[in-house]
Write a protein that binds this ligand. Structure first.
Ligand code: SAM
Ligand code: SF4
Length: 343
């Protein structure tokens, strides 16, 4: 272990408190809007991606992350688009990982579709990443290709194995989709728990235009839960992450199951997070369009202007979101795609 590994800085006090008294300690960063998949609930098949000049450079992303760390952020999650398709992404991950090693951050983590993990798993571990979320909506290879359009299940499963071998704890995320994976949920839980992975189910959120009707996809997790209760014993866990997830233990499998229910449950009162897009827009709430242009602040006024823009943005973090999916609200509740803010 090097000297820097052993030096632990004092945890910083939360310095970003929003108007509702919530400390913002968690930043999710979308490092690219691009992806090697085209999941049906996330993107349309023919997406137009952003011009390079609009996207923050790796150096700019690092500066913005550092500004948040100085203001009390303790946890960073990189997401996208697909974070591991961003060119030279390990440069940023290594730099941010150094903040974990020095104690300035508690955790650096990633949400990924898993397609590039065989290539990156060892490097991620060496950088200081210890846990990752991998999205897998089905274990049926044909269905997987249908849902992701361009994805191949065996490649993702190999990636998960590589991550496990590298020492990374893997949590599986699955979007619950009516008529797609609904019947398969119990076997996915058995597979995940049998392989030592927790699993979290996510309700579809109405974000961005896609090629399908969202009311056809929407499957309330309250229904999934009551179906599972016919088969298994679900014990509520007190665990809270400051986000929309609620956890249970399934006594029969011994594993943990999470439910992310932004539509059927209100989680906003304990929200501790903000989201940065790859173009430097800071969204104070996943379900609202209000955002702050940190790229303009930083490119025009440097660190000082960036710091001021962050403080101003946190000062207008809203109380909550207003997602609705029903037959009368077919369009997206927020115009941007999930791939821009990264979920
Ligand atoms: N590409 C990576 C992946 O798929 O894990 C990271 C980005 S992806 C936008 C992050 C998570 O958001 C994934 O678990 C994905 O399934 C989920 N997601 C995407 N669009 C969604 C939507 N409209 N509603 C709910 N979850 C969504
Ligand atoms: Fe890509 Fe993730 Fe969106 Fe699927 S959910 S299209 S993998 S960004």
């Amino acid at each position: 272990m090097s000297q820097t590994d052993t030096i632990t800085a004092k945890p910083s006090m939360p310095r970003m408190i929003d108007p509702f008294g919530r400390a913002v300690t968690y930043l999710r960063v979308s490092v690219t809007d691009r992806c090697d998949f085209r999941c049906v609930y996330c993107m349309s098949e023919h997406m137009t991606f952003l011009p390079k000049k609009d996207v923050l450079s790796l150096e700019e992303l690092e500066s913005v992350c550092n500004a948040f760390i100085e203001k009390g952020v303790r946890k960073l999650r990189l997401t996208g688009g697909e974070p591991l398709v961003r060119k030279d992404i390990m440069v940023l991950i290594n730099r941010l990982g150094a903040k974990v090693k020095s104690g300035e951050l508690d955790e650096l983590t990633l949400t990924t579709n898993g397609s590039q993990l065989t290539k990156f798993a060892d490097d991620l571990y060496a950088a200081g990443v210890r846990r990752i979320n991998v999205s897998v909506d089905t274990l049926n290879p044909e269905k997987f290709s249908e849902i992701t359009r361009w994805g191949r299940l065996p490649q993702v499963l190999e990636g998960i194995e590589a991550a496990k071998t590298a020492g990374l704890k893997v949590k599986i995320n699955a979007v619950a989709l009516k008529n797609e994976n609904e019947a398969e949920i119990p076997s996915m839980i058995e597979w995940a728990h049998g392989n030592g992975h927790d699993l979290t189910l996510i309700e579809t959120m109405p974000m961005g235009d896609i090629d399908e009707d969202r009311t056809d996809q929407y499957l309330p997790l309250s229904k999934v839960r009551s179906d599972l209760e016919k088969q298994w014993t679900l014990t509520d866990l007190p665990e809270r992450t400051g986000g929309p997830a609620r956890y249970v233990r399934i006594e029969e499998t011994g594993g943990k199951l999470g439910f992310i229910t932004p539509l059927t449950h209100n989680f906003c009162e304990s929200c501790n997070r903000v989201r940065l897009t790859c173009t430097g827009q800071l969204y104070m709430c996943l379900g609202q369009d209000d955002n702050a242009d940190l790229r303009a602040a930083f490119r025009e006024g440097g660190q000082a202007a960036l710091s001021e823009a962050i403080d101003e943005a946190i000062g207008r973090k809203p109380k909550g979101h207003d997602f609705i999916i029903d037959r009368n609200h077919k369009g997206p509740a927020v115009g941007r795609h999930m791939s821009l803010t990264g979920g």
